[in-house]
Design a protein around this ligand. Structure first.
Ligand SMILES: C[S@@+](CC[C@H](N)C(=O)[O-])C[C@H]1O[C@@H](n2cnc3c(N)ncnc32)[C@H](O)[C@@H]1O
Length: 190
């Protein structure tokens, strides 16, 4: 089993190679991960998707909260980070680590929409076109009533989330480097 120091070094290496794609120098703190996930009923979810698994800090906590028959699709674009998460957590049959961009999520869902999508993608440093494409894909991938949980290091994404999703709740999680802005967005059934 890898230590959290090894994970931090791997994360930092990926940040130095691709700063705008990785968007942070450290993985999210355990406290901020818990704050991020708390608004969703993960124990009752069948299909959960994660965007930007990094070293797997959210992945691990999602798996702890998921039921035995649920599935988790974890997207990670950085090949070395995707491999790291697969090696560490891939023996869990509920998890599929996907080394592809989050914007392709609907290709992998096999007609069963997601109940919850969790994202720590750095939307403010990603190209605008990619950001819009990922947000649109998240909205299409969610079941009516589903929840999109978003962690950011700035509140700038709020207006865009409110334009797409019906109800957006906002919280601040100070125990993270840097402090995190958390959004819980509900796809309002039509
Ligand atoms: C801020 S880090 C968060 C990592 C981890 N979830 C955490 O909380 O520590 C963002 C991650 O998203 C990944 N990423 C960026 N763009 C992506 C995309 N289009 N699809 C999938 N992953 C992406 C980066 O490689 C990076 O690992």
């Amino acid at each position: 089993m890898r230590s959290s120091i090894q994970d931090r070094i791997s994360f930092l290496r990926s940040f130095l190679a691709n700063p705008r794609q990785v968007g942070a120098v450290l993985p999210t703190s355990r406290r901020a991960v818990r704050d991020l996930l708390d608004p969703a009923d993960l124990s009752g979810a069948r299909t959960v998707v994660e965007f930007g698994a990094g070293t797997g800090v959210c992945t691990r906590e999602i798996l702890k909260r998921l039921g035995p028959d649920a599935r988790l699709l974890a997207f990670e674009l950085d090949r070395s980070l995707a491999r790291l998460v697969s090696e560490e957590l891939g023996s869990d049959p509920r998890l599929r680590v996907i080394n592809d961009s989050a914007e392709n999520v609907t290709l992998y869902l096999e007609d069963e929409p997601a109940d919850v999508i969790v994202s720590a993608l750095p939307f403010t440093t990603l190209p605008a076109e990619l950001r819009r494409s990922v947000l649109g894909a998240a909205h299409r991938a969610l079941a009516p009533g589903g929840i999109f949980l978003v962690l950011q290091y700035s509140p700038l994404i709020r207006a865009e989330l409110e334009a797409l999703f019906g109800g957006v709740r906002f919280r601040f999680s100070p125990l993270n480097v840097p402090p995190a802005f958390l959004f819980a967005c509900e796809k309002v059934p039509r």
